[in-house]
Design a binder for this molecule. Structure first.
Ligand code: SF4
Length: 205
């Protein structure tokens, strides 16, 4: 797993807030990562670019080409923040884990703190599904920041877009900042969610 530094969004439940700044002391340059990957050829199968938000990196496509040249398969964890770069790297990727946070409207902004974030995510989601790249859509959920009705609306949209594999990830209380859930809201109807997708699973916290 390669954790890319930098993310422009500020999700209230982010577990990787240390990865939000574009640069930090002690970050590792790609050439060093590449040396590691060169040594591990034949021992590791794949390189997964995660974050932070990998599509914030101007050098993402080249980094993927570098890793592919060593024979690695490529994975990408993304929230689809930069749709153009996201679409540009899809032909270099074997699998994508796509973070869908909310219905692609004002609810997105409520979670990310960034205007029009839902539009960006929707554009990337469409590009991913049109590409045919193997993928999983997942949503980190707690009823205190996304209502059960909003979750069902998101699931309906994703199913309508053609998502086949959907994972609901339970919110983990540790690590996030600025968000103290009280577990007070109604539970999601998991059965109804599951019926929308050929593959559905719940990922425990
Ligand atoms: S998109 Fe991901 S890395 Fe960025 S703030 Fe949200 S949860 Fe954190």
């Amino acid at each position: 797993m390669v954790y890319c530094q930098g993310c422009p969004w500020r999700c209230s439940y982010c577990h990787n807030t240390h990865l939000q700044p574009g640069r930090i002391d002690g970050d590792i340059v790609w050439s060093e990562v590449l040396q590691f990957l060169r040594r591990r050829r034949g021992l590791l199968d794949a390189v997964v670019f995660s974050g932070g938000e990998p599509t914030a990196q101007a050098g993402l496509a080249q980094a993927m080409r570098d890793a592919r040249a060593f024979g690695y398969r490529i994975g990408l964890h993304s929230a689809g923040i930069y749709p153009r770069r996201f679409a540009e790297v899809l032909h270099l990727v074997d699998w994508v884990g796509f973070d869908a946070k909310a219905p692609f409207d004002a609810a997105y902004e409520r979670i990310t703190g960034v205007r029009a974030s839902g539009e960006a995510a929707l554009a990337s989601a469409r590009a991913l599904l049109a590409s045919g790249v193997d993928c999983e859509f997942r949503t980190t959920w707690h009823a205190d920041y996304l209502s059960a009705a909003e979750l069902e609306r998101l699931a309906g949209t994703l199913a309508g877009l053609g998502v086949r594999r959907y994972v609901l990830q339970e919110f983990r209380a540790s690590g996030g900042v600025g968000f103290q859930p009280e577990a007070k809201s109604a539970a999601a109807d998991l059965g109804a969610l599951a019926r929308r997708f050929p593959q559905f699973s719940l990922r425990p916290a």
